[in-house]
Write a protein of this length. Structure first.
Length: 261
């Protein structure tokens, strides 16, 4: 099993356990469940920087990134920096995140919040809504076309934006459907963990204009963004670049100033 297979294997067990502990009726009764959501795709369309800044403590490829920062400070810092949205890792075993991180971020800022998770079940989308997310991530590599359709349509019924992540042309072609808002190209090869911006460039032509194009992984410089903007990319997911510093909000502020200067 590669790392993604392992994560999904563990995630299935985790979701079944969570379902047994917290019924869907309890999630739907959350005070946040019926709040109006903030659209990340609309924010990206009108932004000059397109930055989606991430809160990530660690990852399978990089081990620990930064576990000293608290989510509230990071969320406030990102909002003050003027990012378009915030991505919050909620996977515990591999990324050191939790749903508590999501709800703390929600209480700390008005940014569109993406629940960054390995979604395989509608239950996780209900969780996302109950804990204050505005956007869910679907990963084409772990889902069938039917899965993508049913999960994305369910998310849209809850007024959530949907970001669909692909790694290659095959995943992209099986994934394009009206119930998506954004198509994200992950520049990291899941088998080797090598990162190349060429992946985003190669796939850009296959993404119809009605979807917001987002580039993910390996974006650590202004040059990378300026390189991808001519290919139609409006969103740029940046995680480790800000999180590895002592003050992610300050780093994001400087980064965005440099883009717009």
């Amino acid at each position: 099993m590669n790392i993604l297979d392992k994560i999904v294997f563990d995630k299935r067990k985790e979701v079944e356990l969570r379902k047994a502990l917290i019924p869907t009726s309890q999630l739907e009764a959350s005070v946040l469940f019926n709040r109006p959501t903030h659209s990340l795709s609309k924010a990206l369309r009108t932004s000059s920087s397109g930055i989606i800044a991430e809160h990530k403590r660690r990852s399978p490829s990089k081990a620990e990134i930064n576990s000293k920062l608290n989510v509230q400070d990071v969320a406030v810092g990102y909002e003050n920096a003027g990012v378009c949205g915030m991505s919050v890792l909620t996977d515990g075993k591999y990324f050191g995140g939790s749903l508590d991180d999501l709800i703390i971020a929600r209480s700390s800022c008005q940014l569109p919040l993406l629940r960054k998770e390995f979604v395989i079940d509608e239950y996780q989308i209900l969780e996302a809504k109950a804990y204050g997310a505005d956007v869910i991530l679907l990963i084409a590599a772990i889902l069938t076309k039917d899965n993508i359709k049913s999960l994305s349509e369910f998310a849209k019924s809850l007024q959530l934006d949907v970001l669909l992540e692909v790694h290659n042309e095959e995943e992209l072609h099986k994934s394009i459907m009206p119930s998506l808002d954004m198509l994200g190209v992950n520049n990291r090869d899941l088998k080797t963990f090598n990162v190349s911006l060429e992946t985003s460039k190669l796939l850009s032509d296959f993404i119809p204009d009605e979807f917001v194009k987002v580039s993910e992984s390996g974006i650590s410089s202004i040059e990378a963004i300026k390189e991808l903007q001519p290919y139609g990319y409006k969103g740029f997911l940046i995680g480790e670049n800000f999180m590895k510093t002592d003050n992610p909000g300050k780093s994001a502020t400087q980064f965005i100033k440099n883009i717009n200067s």
